[in-house]
Ligand binder design. Structure first.
Ligand code: SF4
Ligand code: SF4
Length: 101
């Protein structure tokens, strides 16, 4: 088995690293990764005191429904493996990996 890679116009080989996991314990819900993702892969959610995920809305009153906000992978299949999210994350929450083919 080998890993998926592409040949760039320059002739160089580039191996995309696809998003695999976001560490909920270290994530501070800052939203930086969401802003740089070009593919709509990520979604900010709330975690309530029972560890359940709840929807986050812009309404300030909803803050009471969750303890903290965390980033989650909503559409992993849309990831192109650019690792921009990982590079911008101040808390090193991300795990990425090459795809096997
Ligand atoms: S690797 Fe790129 S496409 Fe994939 S989730 Fe991160 S920013 Fe989005
Ligand atoms: S940049 Fe890192 S800390 Fe901020 S929301 Fe994304 S995963 Fe969480």
């Amino acid at each position: 088995m080998s890993t998926f890679s592409v040949t760039l116009p320059s002739g160089e080989t580039w191996e995309p690293k696809f998003v695999q996991n976001i560490n909920e314990d270290t994530c501070i819900g800052c939203g930086r990764c969401f802003k740089v993702c070009p593919r709509g892969v990520l979604e900010l959610v709330g975690l309530n005191d029972e560890g359940e995920r709840v929807k986050v809305s812009d309404d300030e009153d909803d803050d009471e429904e969750y303890e903290k906000k965390v980033m989650t992978i909503a559409h992993q299949e849309m990831c192109i493996g650019c690792t921009a999210c990982s590079k911008i994350c101040p808390k090193k929450c991300y795990t990425h990996g090459a795809a096997t083919v």
